[in-house]
Design a protein around this ligand. Sequence first.
Ligand SMILES: [Zn+2]
Length: 216
Amino acid sequence: MGFADLLLPPACAGCGRYGTLLCSACQRIMRPAGSPADRFLGSDSGTVIGEHLVLAMAALEYEGALRRAMQRLKYGGAARLAGPLAIAALPVLARLLQVSGPAPLVPVPLHPHRLRARGYNQAQLLASALAHGAGLRSLDLLVRTHATERQHRLSRVARLHNLRDAFSMAAEARPPPVVIVVDDILTTSATLEACAGVLRSAGVDRVYGFAIAREV
Ligand SMILES: [Zn+2]
C-alpha cells in the first residue's frame, strides 16, 4: 500500500469515484462470462474443458470497470481490490461448487522472483478472499519452479510448451481428492491445465478451475 492510499479516501478502481474500492454501479455493469444457460458446456466462451481439468469457469468478462480493477490489482499494487473482486465473482463460484462439491481453493503460484517484485500473488489474494466468502479453505499446494515467458502473445500450443515443468507440488503437500485451482484471468486454459496435470500426478482425483475474469 502506498503512502497516498493511507491519506486519501478510496477511489473506485472502475470509475475513479471516491468512496469505495469498487463501487456498486461498476459491479452492476460487470457482465458474466458466457451465457448462464450453457455455462457448463465446453463450447461456451466462459468455460473450458481440457485434458486434466474437469471443468474451468470464469466469472466475468474482462472488460471495462472489471478490466481496470484487475489491472490495478495485478500491476498497480492495489492488493486491497482482491476482496471486492472476489465478492463480485462469488455467485459464479457458487455455481461451480454445485458441480464440484466443496473443495479447497488452490491459487496459481507466482515465481519467487516475480512475487518479490510485486509483493504479493494476486491469485493467492483472490483465492483467500473467495475461500473466506464461500466457507472453504485456501491451500498453497503448488509452487512455480520456472519463471515462464509472459504468456500474453503466445498461441495455445506455445503456451502449453512454455508452461511444461513450470509448476510442482509444494514440499510436504498432501493433496485432497478434489481441488479448485484459482487464477485471476483465464485466457486459454493453459495455465490451469498445467497446474491440473501436476495435481493429478500427485494424486488429486478431480481438478476444477476458476478465474475471476475471462479474456477472449
Ligand atoms: Zn465505480
